[in-house]
Design a binder for this molecule. Structure first.
Ligand code: NAP
Length: 237
């Protein structure tokens, strides 16, 4: 029987590439983003049948609960949850408004906590279930102009390790994938000179991150880990 995967942030970028890869491997994919038309466009491009699109703001608890209840009721137990919904609002701390801090923490950190909580009962009933949260290399190393963004991603590391300990005895695994510079809408403003800081000399592609997400989802003896996918960037930071 095909596995059910929920991909938050599946309408674009890394989440979209994950949705495409999981569908190509026979998963039924529920694509979640705020913009339902964009989620539906991803669904329309997937191999296979029975994929679904949902409009949901991961930072809103009722929205998340309603969405995951619908997914569970209509499609059964969730096997895989991938948390790729995220935003960035880069600015030096002195120029960062409190409302931007709240938006970053609510989307990137609280949003992942809420989706994990909402999916958990379903995951516990699905043998070999797994969660992959998308962090960032800057969550570990820090970056000027990204104080709050990197705090949200560092928070995800602690959350991922703790949840991995909470659910390991029930055979649910939780890992974090930390990308470097990946070519998506989020990094559209990056300058080519930043390539010089990457040992492999190029930005990563969303499809390359998706392969590593699939590896973590399908590796039955890996939990509570951070997998860095950054072309060696962290070596140079
Ligand atoms: P992206 O292309 O901008 O896509 C972001 C996705 O998240 C979209 O599907 C977006 O859809 C969704 N989203 C944003 N806010 C949401 C919310 N409140 N509720 C539900 N969905 C929401 O970004 P990306 O580059 O693929 O990034 C994916 C993840 O990787 C993020 O967590 C990001 O921080 C992380 N990351 C990216 C890079 C990089 O270089 N690209 C590096 C390190 C980490 P809607 O706008 O329709 O909601």
């Amino acid at each position: 029987m095909s596995r059910l995967a929920v991909v938050c942030g599946g309408s674009r970028g890394i989440g979209r590439a994950v949705s495409v890869l999981l569908a190509s491997r026979g998963c039924k994919v529920a694509v979640v983003s705020r913009n339902r038309d964009a989620a539906q466009a991803t669904v329309a491009s997937l191999d296979g049948a029975d994929h679904t699109a949902f409009s949901c703001d991961v930072s809103q608890e009722q929205d998340v609960q309603r969405t995951f209840e619908t997914i569970h009721k209509n499609q059964g137990n969730i096997s895989y949850l991938v948390n790729a919904a995220g935003i960035n609002r880069d600015s030096l701390l002195l120029r960062t408004k409190a409302e931007d801090m709240v938006a970053l923490l609510h989307t990137n950190l609280l949003g992942t906590m809420l989706t994990c909580k909402a999916a958990l009962r379903s995951l516990l009933h699905s043998p070999g279930a797994a969660i992959v949260n998308i962090g960032s290399v800057v969550g570990h190393k820090g970056n000027a102009g990204q104080c709050v963004y990197s705090a949200s991603k560092a928070g995800l590391e602690g959350f991922t390790r703790s949840l991995a300990k909470e659910v390991a005895s029930r055979d649910v695994r939780v890992n974090l994938l930390a990308p470097g510079f990946i070519r998506t809408d989020m990094t559209a403003g990056l300058k080519e000179e930043q390539l010089r800081t990457i040992p492999l000399g190029r930005f990563g592609e969303p499809e390359e991150v998706a392969k590593a997400v699939l590896f973590l989802l399908e590796s039955p003896y890996i939990t509570g880990q951070v997998l860095v996918v950054d072309g060696g960037l962290q070596l140079a930071m």
